[in-house]
Design a protein around this ligand. Sequence first.
Ligand SMILES: Cc1cc2nc3c(=O)[nH]c(=O)nc-3n(C[C@H](O)[C@H](O)[C@H](O)COP(=O)(O)OP(=O)(O)OC[C@H]3O[C@@H](n4cnc5c(N)ncnc54)[C@H](O)[C@@H]3O)c2cc1C
Length: 432
Amino acid sequence: MDVHAQYDVVVIGGGASGLAAALAAAREGAHVVILERDVACGLPILATGNGRCNLSAERLGPEHYRHPDIARAVMGEEPERTLEAFFASVGILTMAEEGRLYPYSKRAESVRDALLAACEREGVEFRRGCDVVASWRDDAAGAWALTLREPVSPLRAKRGRDAKATLRAERRALEGAARREAKISARTVVLAPGGRSEGLCELFGVPHLPERPVLCPVAGSFDASPHALERLDGLRAEARLSLVREGDTVWQEEGEVLFRPYGISGIVSFDASRRVRAGDKLALDVFPAYEERELAAHLAARETVLGSLDAASSPWFDGLLARPLAELVLAQARENDGGHPSVSAIAHAAKRLVFTVEGTAEERQAQVRRGGIPFDAVDSATLACAEPHLSGVYACGEALDMDADCGGFNLAWAWTSGLVAGSAAAREATRQ
Ligand SMILES: Cc1cc2nc3c(=O)[nH]c(=O)nc-3n(C[C@H](O)[C@H](O)[C@H](O)COP(=O)(O)OP(=O)(O)OC[C@H]3O[C@@H](n4cnc5c(N)ncnc54)[C@H](O)[C@@H]3O)c2cc1C
């Protein structure tokens, strides 16, 4: 075997989970390399939390995860402490905002830079612009041999006006770069390619479930007024969403809803997108802070100031609800009771605007992808692939079939699963 470089652990993918895995492996004393397809490691981190990187949550309840039992098994009983220690070990101080954790700098690039610097201190090597094109297990050597295609020389690109322009120039340089084949070997391999893992799984023969985007807007329409969304477009409202299936409320969450012509967006709608199916009903309560009877009493008191609600139109609601939303509430009340709605009918309608789900929307905006490597193919204590032909292969992050609510839960999974897979891969690789 013509091998140019030998490592203990090779990590494929240098995003959040791959960087955590590489650090954990290096800290176990392993010689580690990250193979990253893009021009640099850590780029996906830059887009997180609107550039602020919501890197975890104050409380990482397993109920926020697609597979709560597996999340608990992998992340441990006190993942908050594990992550606090991890962030401290790379120099990241966190601050909390409404239960979400951010870096004190409030800048995603400072998270990325702290991780890259920590990797460098630990002696992790990086091979960027690098694709794995073949892999095979050399049982006699107890190692994996990989064929890579990578740029012949370091990429050269002009600095752009800003970081985004420079990145575009570097990606163009990578597209046009002359490439060579290189062969490397490693005792263990950690797969960390994120939510598009199908190609890499195929290359290694790792089982793979079909992927689909989640954490994106929900498409559908309001039953009482199918064209209401056209008028509501761009409006934001605080609301409680309840997912009702076969008459039962199976999930509820409160937050800001952004109305769009095709449906609803905003964090609470993104969380709903992980649970909805076509045909489900979402009930929107646009007065979540009020009990229905309190709201009815408020509306009755308002009648004494503004005149009777009888035959009222949307201007009667000025100062309380934006007009397009008031029109929707009136339409819902008429649909429920017919005729001129009473204050109690309005209160009831405003707390239960019925929205029929068609599916998910704007999937290119989706924050994560469901699917990937199934958990019955990995050992949850180490994240090692279970099948004998995959001896020495581990997986972490979004490549596994795990997704979670917005609020730092997905990055928390990426870091903790990376730490688990990286340490276990290093222990196996450095075992005498
Ligand atoms: C816009 C946006 C905002 C988000 N905001 C948040 C947030 O604030 N909080 C939160 O918890 N989560 C957030 N997420 C989700 C979070 O980014 C992911 O859960 C997390 O990045 C997953 O980490 P990962 O390491 O598994 O994958 P990624 O971070 O996607 O990293 C995968 C890496 O592998 C590389 N790669 C892929 N295939 C190969 C290959 N074959 N060979 C070599 N390299 C490869 C990719 O180039 C990439 O660098 C957000 C997602 C998006 C899209």
